[in-house]
Design a protein around this ligand. Structure first.
Ligand code: FES
Ligand SMILES: [Fe+2]
Length: 325
């Protein structure tokens, strides 16, 4: 499965502290923990001894280093997965075959990312996250009962605003979607020239405005949206969508905000994003099939240029998790 060679977000960095965290990624159970240097470590959530969930265990100190201790017979595993102690045979040096199954992990954009299989894939870009003029904030996670593909496609979709987000990101009196352009990039594609009429484009907007939208698909399950409200000179909202495919029809979603709004509280910014996404969520969870049909099965119109490009992209890249080809 090609998806296993990609980096996926699995947890907010802040959510990972001293306790092991049980997670799911691409229908596999994982345990996430921090070693003595604070580095995030990801293992298969299964002890090589008798298959117990390591996430029920504890992070302990072992010879000056942190180790993950299994709850059943107390075997201990170091950051690289190697077994460092078999409690019942303390003088025995465990061989490599006794190691936990370790995966690569790293942190970026306020999230911990895991790759199940080695490869040359890059982390999805979010350049706005390091722009000193913008303030960053993580929103989520949201657990959504649908495929990752349905969630990304909804994020790229402009023509639902007047219905799903009436009075906020759209208005029933302005539902016509002006033409826009889609161009491929090495990582995905960009959609430019998008425009939407928005009564309440962001927390600070005081009047309705045309808003210029720029979308970028940065990886199969990541996208970045830049919003420039014409009525707010110099204001910019950049929203990164990062979706973890838990199972084929279950996903976990984070939004990384990078915005000009330096005044609103974190809670107020999150509340705005929460309002918008909880308008999307019931619609997303109602869609059948939950897996994204990549070739046929649903019909498009000209406003769906991005959706059509997204489905083509997944088809061409061989992405099949949560999809119907
Ligand atoms: S099952 Fe983990 S130590 Fe025995
Ligand atoms: Fe929406």
């Amino acid at each position: 499965m090609i998806e296993t060679t990609l980096w996926h977000p699995v947890a907010g960095s802040d959510a990972l502290a001293g306790t092991p965290l049980a997670l799911r990624l691409l229908a596999q159970d994982l345990v996430l923990w921090r070693d003595e240097t604070g580095r995030a470590r990801a293992f298969a959530d299964r002890c090589p001894h008798r298959g117990t969930r390591l996430s029920l265990g504890h992070v302990v100190q072992h010879g000056g280093q942190a180790a993950l201790e299994c709850p059943y017979h107390g075997w201990r595993f170091g950051g690289d997965g190697g077994c460092v102690l078999i409690a019942s045979q303390p003088s025995f040096s465990p061989p490599a075959s006794h190691a936990a199954c370790a995966h690569e992990a790293q942190e970026a954009h306020g999230l911990v990312w895991v790759r199940l299989q080695p490869g040359d894939s890059a982390l999805p870009a979010f350049d706005a996250g390091t722009d000193p003029q913008l303030r960053t904030l993580l929103c989520g996670p949201y657990d959504v009962a649908t495929s990752a593909g349905r969630i990304v496609e909804n994020f790229l979709d402009l023509s639902h605003f007047g219905f799903v987000h009436d009075g906020w990101l759209g208005e029933r009196t302005h539902v016509e979607t002006p033409a826009y352009t889609v161009q491929p990039t090495p990582a995905g594609f960009i959609a430019t020239g998008c425009q939407a009429w928005q009564p309440q484009s962001n927390r600070l907007s005081t009047e309705g405005s045309w808003v210029d939208y720029h979308y970028e698909l940065t990886a199969p399950f990541s996208a970045v949206l830049t919003k420039l409200p014409q009525a707010q000179d110099g204001y910019r909202d950049v929203i990164g969508l990062f979706v973890c495919p838990l199972d084929e029809e279950r996903s976990r979603v984070w939004f990384r905000l990078a915005v000009t709004d330096h005044d609103s509280s974190d809670d107020a910014l999150r509340a705005f994003q929460h309002t918008i996404f909880t308008q999307d969520q019931p619609v997303l969870e109602s869609q059948q099939p939950k897996r994204l049909p990549l070739a046929g099965g649903e019909v498009h119109c000209a406003a769906d240029r991005s959706s059509a490009a997204y489905r083509r992209f997944l088809l061409e890249r061989g992405i099949r998790f949560g999809a119907i080809a």
